[in-house]
Design a protein around this ligand. Structure first.
Ligand SMILES: Cc1cc2nc3c(=O)[nH]c(=O)nc-3n(C[C@H](O)[C@H](O)[C@H](O)COP(=O)(O)O)c2cc1C
Length: 442
């Protein structure tokens, strides 16, 4: 890899039997993959053998759907990451944890602990949890409003960063002769009193090896982008076209600059769902096989959830109803609902066609083609100012990730765009990001 050349970052977005909603029904799929630790270790070791920057586990504190048509649950991600950290040694370990349904003190020490036990490989995807069903598990009749969730997340981050800084790395002196373990002047109380949290501190875990776990964010609404511009070091995002991705990329880099931060310090990773075949026809046949296994009721329920309505609001062979096309203000997932309406209007899709298009990646970019075509598309977005890297979302796991590693990565390496070997040991080093300064150290 030539020094100084901009390098592609790849994150393996892992999801039970695969991202396609019907992946568990494939003959070679393990329908109980989600609770099978060997499955996850196999995926983590495959991604590490391919020198991916990181792997990622999504999460939401509620059952996904009803469980009737798709595996609805999963292992708690930080617990799973801790196990994977012992089955791997270099790959970054990123998980989603909600800022709406957690408290800063507990979450700060859990993430700091994952960073310690993994030798500096932890990452936190900060989500505000858009689903109404999650709120019901935390004593709420409905989730807090969209803006409110982001305001809480903002204060949450400020407190978490202060907690990670509150136990300076140099605090421990361990002077056995003098009987002095730590320098109390390097353990800092916060005395934080804000709108959402009152936290004394210091944290009871030493500053994480990375200073802070890598801070990832995944909301692309106005609130989401402003939050990302202030806090995010990596951004996960979903776009159905190059043009939308490039627009988002330019916007988020400008907002980051306006927030007084270095735009190169924010790594933008759109998702891609690759259906790979040795010929185009073979790739299309693969995509068709997934599509034929879908159960439309599932897609319809997911669509209704995004638009905070009932499945009965939609007619499968009709276009989206006027009530949806009018873009009602939603308190849930704003950017995803916009993305779906734009796709439906741009291509004049019926509801049946929409849920088929969302079946593989829930709105992320789906690409069907040969390894060369997948590689060309990735390079076009990377060199065309639409991405710093990608969330690789294999439609089926492990087969789809194995196909990407075996057939696409060699092409990207051949063009000098992706690492042959890990240069660093921490997640931040993989992304080329510094350890943040400690706010208590002048
Ligand atoms: C790659 C990616 C991964 C995501 N993972 C999660 C997740 O694990 N849990 C979750 O509740 N939301 C997840 N989201 C959804 C976002 O957190 C957010 O709700 C959504 O993008 C809408 O945000 P917005 O209302 O700010 O546009 C993810 C989004 C993307 C693009």
């Amino acid at each position: 890899m030539s020094a100084g050349r901009r390098r592609l970052h790849l994150n393996a977005f892992l999801m039970e039997a695969g991202h396609h909603e019907a992946a568990w029904r494939l003959p070679h799929s393990n329908p109980r993959a989600d609770f099978d630790l060997r499955h996850w270790i196999e995926l983590a070791q495959l991604a590490e053998s391919a020198k991916f920057d990181s792997l990622f586990l999504a999460d939401g504190p509620a059952l996904i759907g009803t469980g009737e048509f798709r595996p609805p649950g999963q292992l708690e991600p930080l617990t799973l990451l801790t196990a994977l950290s012992q089955a791997t040694s270099r790959i970054g370990l990123i998980a989603t944890v909600s800022s709406t349904y957690n408290e800063p003190y507990n979450l700060a020490r859990r993430l700091a602990s994952v960073d310690h036990v993994s030798g500096g490989r932890a990452g936190w995807n900060i989500v505000t949890s858009a689903g109404a069903d999650e709120a019901a598990n935390f004593g709420l009749d409905d989730r807090p409003g969209h803006a409110e969730r982001y305001a809480r997340a903002d204060e949450f981050l400020k407190v978490a960063k202060a907690l990670w800084d509150s136990w300076e790395s140099e605090a421990v002196v361990a002077d056995k002769a003098a009987g002095r373990y730590a320098d109390p002047a390097r353990l800092h109380g916060l005395g934080h009193e804000g709108r959402y949290f009152k936290v004394a501190g210091p944290l009871n875990v030493e500053r994480p090896p990375q200073g802070y776990p890598l801070l990832v964010q995944a909301g692309s609404s106005e609130d989401g982008k402003d939050f990302a511009a202030r806090h995010a070091e990596a951004i996960f995002t979903a776009h159905t076209t190059y043009e939308r991705a490039a627009g988002f990329y330019a916007d988020i880099k400008a907002r980051t600059r306006a927030a007084g931060r270095d735009p190169d310090g924010v790594i933008v990773l759109p998702g891609i769902v690759p259906y790979i075949g040795s010929t185009e026809e073979e790739a299309r046949a693969l995509a068709r096989r997934f599509d034929e296994l879908r159960v439309p009721q599932y897609g319809l329920r997911q669509l209704a959830a995004v638009f905070e309505t009932e499945p009965s609001a939609f007619a499968l062979d009709q276009l989206l109803p006027e009530s949806i096309l009018a873009r009602p203000k939603l308190e849930g997932s704003q950017s995803r609902s916009d993305l779906i309406i734009d796709l439906a209007v741009r291509e004049q899709l019926t509801v049946r066609q929409i849920i088929s298009r969302l079946g593989g990646g829930r709105g992320h970019f789906e690409f069907v083609g040969t390894p060369e075509q997948v590689a060309d598309t990735i390079i076009a977005w990377f060199e065309g100012g639409a991405a710093d890297g990608f969330n690789i979302m294999a439609p089926a796991l492990p087969s789809g990730l194995a196909a990407f590693v075996e057939h696409v990565l060699p092409i990207l390496r051949g063009k000098g765009l992706f690492r042959e070997e890990y240069e660093g040991t921490t997640l931040r080093e993989h992304y080329g990001l510094p350890v943040p300064a400690n706010q208590f150290r002048g």
